[in-house]
Design a protein around this ligand. Sequence first.
Ligand SMILES: [Zn+2]
Length: 408
Amino acid sequence: MRKAVLVSLDAFFTADVPRLDPEGFLARMIREGAFCRRVETIFPALTYPIHVTMITGCDPDRTGVGQNQPPQPDTPKKERVWYWERKYIRVPTLFDAVREAGGQSCSILWPVGCKNPAVRWCLPEVHPLKGENATLKALKFGTPGYLLMGEKRFGKLRRGIAEPWLSDYAAAMGMDTVRRHRPDFSAIHLIDLDAIRHRYGTFSPEAMEALKRNDRRLEMLWQAMQETPGMEDALLIAVSDHGQEDIRKTVNLTEKIKQLGTGRQVFVQSNGMSACFFAGKDGCENPGKLIALLETHREELGISRIYTRKELDAMHAVDGPLFAVEAAEGIAFSDWLDEEKREAATHGFGPGREADLCLFTIYGKGIRQGAEIESMQMRDVGPTIAGLMGLHLPEANGKDLSGEFLCS
Ligand SMILES: [Zn+2]
């Protein structure tokens, strides 16, 4: 098995490529490695389902993870769990393929990566809910010995889970794990840019600083790989999940829908620039009628388009929602952020937007320098990484494009 270090640069997208520092490490990876600058993401463009699609090679209709959180209509908004645990994924992941081949993996803040028996070293992507202790929860969801050791060495880099410090911590943990354990597969999720974009805007000066920080983290990881015997030939792979778009208005769809007199027919789960509609307590016998009602209030609700169940199926969206809506430009749906507390930018949109296009780039020995694939689907990422490592994802519906990137 060929070793690989996979780094996900959350919220990095194609429009960032011309904005990269030409002397920076990511520009160098693109120049000297192989890449695809048009990886079309899934609907809705949300971090958790996309990372699951990346690591399984399957669309959400196969993975079962189609949003960040399972629908929890009876739980107060801030007490709802996320899809933190591996158990939610219905198909094998790259971590399973590595373990089956006798290898060991590390997962650093990788979404839907907690409590994963196929992972040897896990820094869990999880947050405490009301009344929970952050440390105890992390120990329960990750690898306790690994976490305690990491905290002792790098704890001073972290300020709770605030960015950009959390990504500095994740990168330090990644480098240390590479040096100490030489994992066969490392999956590292850097959230810095996503958090900064939400807060300050898509192309804000703060976001441009975050791009530079990610450059430095990638370079430091590469350095650690080069300095570690047994890791020099590993591949460094950078991927991203979605871009962001600036917003000027937030709509609380749950409240608005109630005002239209829909009662308990539906439960709305807002996902930034889209929202999913599930059958509510009273059931929804005629979704078509509700869709027609939404159509007539489209403008006031900030809806740009409605996806029927049939259309969601054609997009390989997850099962469950009766239908979904996408927000108009500059509008975000939120069940918990009101207009005053709105974010500067967000994601969660559907296909065809500029921020839908992501990056996939590979760096290391044996990679065809300058090789570029014009376009890929997000589901192709997992099988391609598996192919590069000499592994196979048996249930993936994405394509293994590794042959295009390797020297013949
Ligand atoms: Zn993300």
